[in-house]
Design a protein. Structure first.
Length: 129
């Protein structure tokens, strides 16, 4: 089995195709496809989550998920862009600016400067200055 075939098997497997469908489309015996995918799952071979390239893990080290730093950064940038559905719009009570924030964040100000202005106003009011 060539590296091109291995990469193609991985792509088709990620798309959700079964062993038989992958074997038919690449003219490879179903048993070979099955063994290759099971070997991947037993961590003999690592697959980059971003580009799909195959690399071997270092013995005694944690299993890597990416082949390079560039792939890791690209993957997480895509991942955060897809999480935009978890963002909401809020209005800053200090300056009135509209800004985007995540739902789970409890901050109500658009920046640290606005927060500091708000706190200094509260302090002046409390101390009568």
């Amino acid at each position: 089995m060539t590296n091109d075939q291995k990469v193609e098997i991985l792509k088709l497997h990620k798309q959700g195709l079964g062993y038989k469908a992958i074997g038919r489309s690449l003219d490879i015996p179903v048993d070979n496809v099955k063994k290759f995918i099971k070997r991947l799952k037993s961590e003999d071979i690592c697959i980059c989550l971003e580009c799909g390239s195959i690399f071997s893990p270092l013995p005694g080290k944690k299993i890597k998920r990416f082949c390079s730093k560039k792939c890791r950064l690209r993957y997480w940038q895509k991942k955060t862009r897809t999480s935009l559905k978890y963002k909401i719009q809020k209005v800053c009570p200090e300056c009135g600016a509209v800004f985007m924030t995540y739902k789970y964040r409890q901050g109500i100000f658009c920046s640290k400067e606005c927060f500091q202005k708000h706190e200094s106003k509260k302090w002046r009011e409390a101390n009568g200055k």
